[in-house]
Every structure is written in structure tokens, then in C-alpha cells.
Design a protein around this ligand. Structure first.
Ligand code: WQD
Length: 349
């Protein structure tokens, strides 16, 4: 019996594959490679020394998806596949709603048809929008200002309704705060297409000389140093949160949301200073206007995940900065780098 991982070739998906394989699970990856590379799966196999099946399938391809369910004994699904760029979602809402919502509906219909009713869903702290206070706990109201965030809220509500209609489902909704860093090997990591939207991949691109300087969006927020405060979480800690959530859905029914964060907030300037301290690289920056939609402070109360999943983030921002740079330094061109063919892959078409 295997765990199906949709979007398994992505940044968080590939790190979760490693933790699942290390925990002894059999996995099957499914990805359309629209925002990822199959090289990441080859490298997952190289890091763990374990082979696994993967399929190039888009969730909107009902037939292709059904073949995966027919050909394999799937016992649970971890669902990462989805578009996730806030700005892009504002420009192309229909594309986001179709890809994220319709794709999830097709997945859930297929799971129902093949009696697979254990699901871990990749949600996001973006569902909290601009919180009235911090730290944020799971009972805070959900509201958001962009179509990407709305797809996450809508899918959470769809899954709540699905459970009400059939209480044999076991579902975990994981609300990520700000995942950064990379596996300690530096063999896999975050490889955004084009100009990075997010802080850490932009910082590492400046450190590598690919970009001249960082623009710090806003220095007049009501925070200690005036810059935005976020709850940065190491991607390996985040991946382990999925292993714990999988254990929960496999052993119980119901729908539960969990914040996956450290419960600590760090400002942009603190991240820059820590990165410079840990790597010895200088990060030139200039202050720019606030980015529309940004909040001043956003960090989690992760106590529910600790109490109910037995999960706690273990790594601090120094390790996050160290590991983010280790990946970038070893892979200046991400997965497009020259060493792709060094990683033998074992996969079925
Ligand atoms: C962090 C801080 C910026 C870039 C986003 C998505 C969220 C989730 C995580 C998917 C903020 C500042 C950033 C830069 C900067 N993704 N910044 N210069 O916006 O908190 O969350 O990624 O689920 O949905 O919204 O992350 O890394 O973009 O920004 O000053 O070039 O860094 O203003 O304070 P964010 P981020």
C-alpha cells in the first residue's frame, strides 16, 4: 500500500518524499512539472537510496489520474499540487480557480471512487489574511485578499463538507507559515521559476551574485525595526509535520487544521543579518515601498500541532539560512544545473 504525493517534485513535496521514505513508507509521486523538475525526484532517490514510482500527470487529466489509482494500491494522499503565486493569482484568477479547485475536486472524486479516504492537504497561513493579532491560532477567522488564498479557503471548506457527507474520511489541513531552507545535503532545494517572489530565494540569489541587491519592502511597519515580521520554518521541519499528519489521518477520522510554524517571528532585517553572519556573504539592500497585500506581522501559535500531532519545529533561523545557502551555492542554476544526469532515476512512465 502506497502514499500518493501530488506535486511531489516541488519544493515542499520533494522534501516530504525524503522524510516519508526515511520513515519507511512506500510512495508514489505525481506531478505535471509545471513549476518543478523531475530532477528533484531523481535526487530524492539518490539521497534516500530508495526507488519509487512517479508519474507525469496533471490532476485535470481525469484518465491519467485514474490510471494511477488502477495501477497502484493507494492508502492515502498528500496533496501539494497547485499554483501558489499570490501576484500571479490576481492577474489570472480563472486559471488559479480551475487549476487548484477543479484539480482538487477531480482528485477527491477519484479517491472516493477507489475508496481512498485519507488526505493531508497543503494549505497556507495566507488563509488568515491580515490577522487582528498575533500569534495566530487555528480558530482565527479565515479571510484573504487574493485568489490564491481564496482557493486555499475554498478547498478547506470543500473538504469540511466532504467529511460531513461521509464521516469515514480522515483529513488534515496543514497551514504553512514561511517555509525556507533546504535538505542538509544541499542536493534538493527551492528552485523558483524566474525572479523569486519570496525573501529567502531572493537573498540567496543576491549572495550568489545573480542579483545586485535586495529590495526591502517597507521600513515603516509597526514592528521593532520597521520591517515585516514572519514565522520562518525550516522546510525539513515542515516535511516532518506531514509525516505526523499522515499518521493522524491513518489512525482516525475527522477534519483538523494545524498551523505548521515555529511560533517565533523574525523581521526582514533580522533574516538578512542572520544570513550574513552564518554565510559570511554580504547582502546589499535598499528600502522600497511596502508590497501591496503584505501584513506587518504574521506568526503562528503551533501548540495544537504539538498537542495533537506530537510535532514541533526543531530548527532555528541560523540553520535555515545555512541550508538555504548550501543549496544555492551547490546549485547556482537550480535543477537546470549540469549535474542532472548524475542521479539515476527509477521510474515508470
Ligand atoms: C516575507 C517578508 C516581505 C521579498 C508568501 C505567500 C504565502 C506563502 C509564503 C504560499 C515580507 C519581505 C520579500 C523581497 C522583501 N506562500 N520581502 N523583499 O509574503 O510572507 O508569504 O510566501 O503559501 O502565501 O504570501 O513571504 O517571502 O514573499 O515575504 O522585503 O524581495 O519579506 O515584504 O515582509 P510572504 P515572502
Amino acid at each position: 500500500m502506497a502514499i500518493l504525493i501530488t506535486g511531489g517534485a516541488g519544493y515542499i513535496g520533494s522534501h516530504t518524499c525524503i522524510e516519508l521514505l526515511n520513515a519507511g513508507y512506500e510512495i508514489i509521486c505525481l506531478d505535471n512539472f509545471s513549476n518543478s523538475k523531475s530532477a528533484s525526484l531523481n535526487r530524492v532517490a539518490a539521497i534516500t537510496g530508495k526507488s519509487f514510482k512517479w508519474y507525469e500527470v496533471d490532476l485535470l487529466d481525469r484518465q491519467g489520474l485514474e490510471k494511477v489509482f488502477i495501477d497502484n494500491e493507494i492508502e492515502a494522499v498528500i496533496h501539494f499540487a497547485g499554483l501558489k503565486a499570490v501576484g500571479e493569482s490576481v492577474a489570472s484568477p480563472l486559471h488559479y480557480y480551475h487549476n487548484n479547485i477543479t484539480g482538487t475536486l477531480i482528485l477527491c472524486e477519484m479517491m472516493e471512487k477507489y475508496d481512498v479516504k485519507k488526505l493531508v492537504f497543503s494549505s497556507s497561513a495566507t488563509v488568515y489574511g491580515m490577522p487582528d493579532s498575533v500569534p495566530i491560532s487555528e480558530d482565527f477567522p479565515m479571510h484573504t485578499t487574493n485568489p490564491y488564498g481564496r482557493t486555499k479557503i475554498m478547498i478547506e471548506e470543500i473538504l469540511q463538507d466532504l467529511y460531513v457527507s461521509d464521516i469515514s474520511w480522515g483529513i488534515c489541513l496543514l497551514r504553512y507559515f514561511n517555509p525556507i531552507g533546504a535538505h542538509e545535503s544541499g542536493i534538493i532545494g527551492e528552485d523558483p521559476n524566474g525572479t523569486p517572489n519570496n525573501l529567502m530565494p531572493y537573498i540567496t540569489s543576491v549572495a550568489s551574485g545573480k542579483r545586485k541587491e535586495l529590495q526591502v519592502y517597507g521600513c515603516d511597519y509597526p514592528t521593532a525595526d520597521g520591517t515585516g515580521v514572519r514565522d520562518y520554518i525550516h522546510v525539513v521541519d515542515l516535511a516532518n509535520g506531514h509525516v505526523k499528519a499522515l499518521e493522524k489521518v491513518m489512525s482516525s477520522t475527522g477534519v483538523d487544521a494545524y498551523n505548521l510554524g515555529t511560533g517565533k517571528g523574525n523581521s526582514v532585517l533580522e533574516i538578512i543579518a542572520t544570513f550574513e553572519e552564518v554565510t559570511g556573504k554580504r547582502i546589499p539592500y535598499t528600502f522600497a515601498a511596502r508590497r501591496p497585500g503584505d501584513v506587518a506581522e504574521c506568526y503562528s501559535d503551533p501548540s495544537k500541532a504539538k498537542e495533537e500531532l506530537g510535532w514541533v519545529a526543531k530548527r532555528g533561523i541560523k540553520e535555515m539560512c545555512r541550508d538555504a545557502w548550501n543549496w544555492q551555492e551547490k546549485n547556482p542554476d537550480g535543477y537546470k544545473g549540469k549535474d542532472n544526469n548524475n542521479f539515476k532515476n527509477r521510474h515508470l512512465p
